[in-house]
Design a protein around this ligand. Structure first.
Ligand code: HEC
Length: 135
């Protein structure tokens, strides 16, 4: 029984992503909602608008005022462009990601949220797939 539920959820996910990324399909983004929007043209909240984030340089949203001590724009300046693997790494531990990419053990993220661990891999994948289509 458990398996059929998972299969059904997977099937619904596929159907959801087959269409364009409309608001009705964005339940996978619930954990991001407090701090982000991903609707084109909307103002960012605590974090930047995530519309078109996949394929964009890190920290490069011209309409968002990154915190003055944010080092995320430095990551983009190094030529780092968000793809699925990098977002997967970032979501698990944003500070660790910045420290690795910048080679600076003191770097600290302004995003305090983590979606960490192998047990959350499917959740991250669904979020990343949503974001990939949201452009
Ligand atoms: C508690 C608030 C908060 C939550 C929850 C949150 N974020 Fe963030 N996020 C931020 C902030 C603040 C930044 C800017 C980080 C910085 O400047 O270091 C950010 C940055 C980002 C970036 C980099 C954007 C860029 O301009 O390069 C991505 C990608 C991202 N968040 C994805 C997500 C996703 C996906 C979720 C949900 C799973 C999420 N965030 C949940 C606050 C949050």
């Amino acid at each position: 029984m458990k398996f059929s539920h998972i299969a059904l959820a997977a099937a619904l996910t596929v159907v959801g992503f087959a269409g364009s990324a409309h608001a009705a399909d964005d339940a996978v983004m619930n954990k991001c909602r407090a701090c982000h929007t991903w609707e084109a043209g909307k103002k960012g909240k605590q974090g930047p608008n995530l519309f078109g984030i996949v394929g964009s340089a890190a920290g490069s949203n011209a309409d968002f005022k990154y915190n003055k001590s944010s080092v995320l724009p430095d990551v983009g300046a190094k030529g780092v462009v968000w793809d699925a693997a990098l977002i997967d790494e970032y979501l698990q531990d944003p500070t660790k990601f910045l420290q690795r990419v910048l080679g600076d053990a003191k770097a600290k993220s302004k995003m305090t949220f983590k979606l960490k661990g192998a047990d959350k891999a499917d959740e991250r994948a669904a979020i990343i797939e949503f974001l990939s289509n949201n452009k």
